[in-house]
Design a protein around this ligand. Structure first.
Ligand SMILES: *Cc1c(COP(=O)(O)O)cnc(C)c1O
Length: 433
């Protein structure tokens, strides 16, 4: 299976090339040339399959033999080693809990698969690889955890000092081994600029084998389609007839993955694209105008994106048609006050603790289901403990850390640095060559 660029000016590439390059040279995004429709026997048996078994059937056509089946099965089983349960919130609304992985957010799924797929090819090619990643917190934690101890791969994470949560910092700085954390005296944008400049630097790109673990990598996107199937499989036969997914969105990777699942034959009736004050995509859905803006800060900060990268994939899937897109997707935008009220209201009525991102998705569903029938599933993208200050204020009690997370006892190891590219380059050359 080849991958083409949404801009259409770069030549198509293999799965392996797409995941190593991350981005096509023309600055588009990679898309699979074909989205296969899975056979009806697969859907009939879905409720009897495990998460990893579903994962294998869904991902296999996109890898198309570039990783042998047995190895791919092993990679997927290892990637999806935690459950992704559907929990009932009220009569018509369920939460798909994507936060039972090691860093308590859905990004674990994509980061773990990307790490293992890159690890497989790196071992075969017998060439060392360096992953550079700039993070405002969540991506860095998921990437650090996903790539830890993958042979042949060094990971360099750049994060802005003082601007990530304690939990995120511990997850990036305590693993050691092949994970190096650079604590940059600057902002997230400074970190991102250093990484971009490194990729543009001829000397670095010729001497070091660099790649990024950015969220637009197809190996992060495709495994996210898997949990839509797994969620659907957990519903009753009657509920399965009329399913609406609500997706709290930032860069719209999760939503794009859901659209791919639907193309593969999963009978999803409608999608809700839910955002906070960063309403670029909902505005497009409402009025057909795509008008990217600088991001604004909110309490659902993993969705503070003003120019979402995966919008190009959404457009591509609907061949650029606004009309077609709005047939399947409705847009919503909510304020922080709405979000806070929803966390306390849902907790009071049902005892379910939403995180701020899930609360945004929940509001979209409540609104949609007030005038449409169906069963709603909201993607709960992060564990509420990751946003405990906001959540505890609303529910009036403590949110406990899940028992599988060990935090204390490990020593923070980070390398402080400034935002000068020359210093960063020197560091990379001395560390890696
Ligand atoms: C990354 C993230 C999102 C946004 O997901 P996209 O796929 O970029 O739309 C939502 N919630 C949480 C908790 C996240 O970490």
């Amino acid at each position: 299976m080849n991958y083409y660029s949404t801009k259409g000016t770069s030549a198509p590439v293999s799965f392996q090339q797409a995941i190593f390059k991350g981005l096509p040279g023309d600055n588009g995004l990679f898309m699979p040339e074909e989205i296969p429709v899975l056979p009806s026997s697969f859907f009939d048996n879905l409720s009897k399959l495990s998460l990893a078994e579903i994962g294998f059937e869904v991902i296999r056509p996109f890898v198309d033999g570039e990783i042998p089946d047995e190895k791919l099965k092993e990679i997927i089983t290892d990637t999806l080693s935690f459950d992704i349960p559907v929990k009932k919130i009220n009569e018509h609304i369920y939460a798909l809990e994507l936060f039972h992985g090691p860093t308590l957010a859905f990004k674990d799924v994509g980061a773990r698969f990307l790490a293992r797929a890159l690890g497989y090819f790196t071992a075969r090619n017998n060439k060392k690889l360096t992953v550079l990643v700039a993070t405002s917190g969540d991506t860095g934690s998921a990437v650090a955890n996903g790539f830890h101890n993958v042979p042949g791969i060094e990971v360099i994470i750049l994060y802005p000092t003082g601007k990530v949560s304690k939990f995120q910092e511990q997850q990036m700085t305590t693993l050691g081994g092949n994970i190096t954390a650079l604590e940059v005296d600057g902002t997230f944008d400074d970190c991102q600029k250093l990484v971009k400049d490194a990729f543009l630097d001829d000397e670095l790109s010729n001497s070091l084998n660099l790649t990024s673990a950015n969220s637009i990598n197809v190996a992060r996107l495709l495994p996210q389609s898997v949990y839509y199937f797994y969620a659907w499989a957990q519903l009753s036969d009657e509920e399965k007839q009329n399913v609406i997914f609500s997706i709290p969105s930032g860069n719209y990777g999760n939503l794009s993955a859901g659209l791919i699942a639907r193309r593969m034959g999963l009978p999803i009736k409608h999608f809700l694209a839910c955002s906070n004050a960063n309403d670029t995509v909902p505005m497009y859905l409402w009025n057909g105008k795509y008008d990217p803006k600088p991001s604004v800060s909110t309490i659902s900060n993993a969705m503070d994106v003003g120019n979402p990268s995966n919008f190009a994939r959404m457009l591509d899937l609907f061949k650029g048609s606004h009309l077609k897109m709005t047939e399947y997707i409705s847009g919503y935008s909510f304020s922080d006050d709405n979000t806070r009220n929803t966390i306390s209201k849902v907790y009071g009525l049902t005892g379910y603790v939403l995180d701020p991102h899930g609360a945004v998705g929940y509001m979209g569903l409540s609104d949609y289901l007030s005038s449409n029938s169906g069963t709603g599933i909201v993607l709960e993208t992060a564990h509420p403990v990751k946003f405990n200050e906001t959540v505890e204020e609303q529910i009036g009690s403590e949110v406990e850390m899940p028992t599988h997370i060990r935090l204390s006892g490990l020593e923070k190891k980070s390398i402080p640095c400034n935002s000068s590219f020359d210093d960063f380059k020197e560091f990379l050359i001395s560390k890696l060559s």
